[in-house]
Design a protein around this ligand. Structure first.
Ligand code: SAM
Ligand code: DTB
Ligand code: SF4
Length: 337
């Protein structure tokens, strides 16, 4: 074989460099064309962009804690924490600050660089936000990055979180605008966009992604990624969740998504948002090690680490550490690009 690149290889490389730019004007036909590329071409493209922007062998790890569990007034069809469904779950009030900090300390000792605190609220009360600010300050004092997800926020609450030193706010669009009302009826897509704008304008980093495997179409998946990429600024962190099917929730029994389509979704997210951390999020427990390895190749470079997500199981920490070892992956890179 000749050592010189062929014309085809040169034009492919040029094409990749040309697409490695930050854009906010993605169109459906372009994104559908990416999804439909031969798998190897898509992964080569996304991995090339990944390598241009990140250390390809480095994955950032965050740990999650549910600081207020269940009894939520919303009707999100995937969620075991909604009060409307009959999932096997014990509701718990907002945790004491000290307990949260103890849990963050443990996550730090196990190697997490960011601690994400989730609450099952439609929107918090101001006094709840005051307590969460104390949690943020305590976790930051341990030298960890902080992320919270509390539902919809007012301007004052957003400001209080920013002033309290919060690093990231997680608020997912979850799916396309068209499919949204099939899954959630108690709030609108615009409600989500409004909170995201407040968070962005306040200077807090944005963590925003979605869930696939909820019975949405190829177009819905493409439109979700377009919504995220066409925001005025790309979210610094983009969680891609595979639906965790929980007994008692309306989405239990949904036909599972082809794992290769999930990997394609990671690859397209990487191409559309070259500098964002793409997080391989919920659903890893149901994924093989080989599937996760392909997700890391396709451009995922962040995970939730620890034996539990919010209420459902995550792979055991020692399994993840062994997988990292087998793949030559190291953890780190806590900050955005
Ligand atoms: N209540 C707040 C909200 O909805 O924004 C914060 C907590 S909520 C549990 C955080 C995110 O978890 C949701 O936006 C959704 O994307 C994800 N999630 C919840 N249940 C899930 C499931 N069964 N499978 C995958 N992701 C899920
Ligand atoms: C995100 O996108 N996924 C995480 C985090 N952000 C808060 C939550 C996943 C929850 C999975 C279901 C559960 O454990 O309750
Ligand atoms: Fe409530 Fe959030 Fe679950 Fe929806 S996803 S039911 S808002 S906790």
């Amino acid at each position: 074989m000749s050592a010189n690149p062929t014309i085809d290889q040169i034009s492919l490389k040029e094409q990749f460099i040309a697409t490695n730019s930050i854009r906010h004007d993605w169109q459906l036909d372009e994104v559908q064309a990416l999804y439909k590329l031969p798998f190897n071409d898509l992964l080569f493209k996304s991995h090339t962009i990944h390598r241009d922007n990140f250390d390809p062998n480095e994955v950032q790890i965050s740990s999650l804690l549910s600081i207020k569990t269940g009894s939520c007034s919303e009707d999100c069809g995937y969620c075991p924490q909604s009060a409307r469904y009959d999932a096997d779950l014990t509701p718990e009030a907002l945790m004491p600050v000290k307990e949260v900090i103890k849990s963050a300390q443990l996550a730090k000792e196990q190697g997490a660089s960011r601690f994400c605190m989730g609450a099952a609220w439609r929107s918090p009360k101001d006094k709840d936000v005051d307590r969460v600010v104390e949690m943020v300050q305590g976790v930051k004092a341990l030298g960890m990055e902080t992320c919270v997800t509390l539902g919809m926020l007012t301007d004052n609450q957003t400001k209080a979180l920013k002033d309290g030193g919060l690093d990231y706010y997680n608020h997912n669009l979850d799916t396309s605008e068209d499919f949204y009302s099939e899954v959630i009826t108690t709030r609108t897509y615009q409600d989500r966009l409004d909170t995201l704008k407040r968070v962005r304008d306040s200077g807090i980093n944005v963590c925003c992604g979605g869930i696939v495997g909820m019975g949405e179409s190829d177009i819905d998946r493409a439109n979700l990624l377009i919504e995220l990429a066409n925001l005025p600024k790309h979210p610094e962190s983009v969680p891609v969740n595979m639906l965790v099917q929980v007994e008692g929730t309306p989405l239990m029994g949904t036909e599972s998504l082809d794992p290769l389509v999930f990997i394609r979704t990671i690859a397209v997210a990487r191409i559309l948002m070259p500098e964002s951390r793409v997080r391989l999020s919920a659903g890893r427990k149901e994924m093989s090690d080989e599937m996760q390895a392909l997700c890391f190749f396709a451009g995922a470079n962040s995970i939730f680490y620890g034996d539990k997500l919010l209420t459902t199981d995550n792979p055991m920490s020692n399994h993840d550490l062994a997988l990292f070892e087998r793949l030559g992956i190291h953890s780190g890179g806590s900050s955005y690009a």
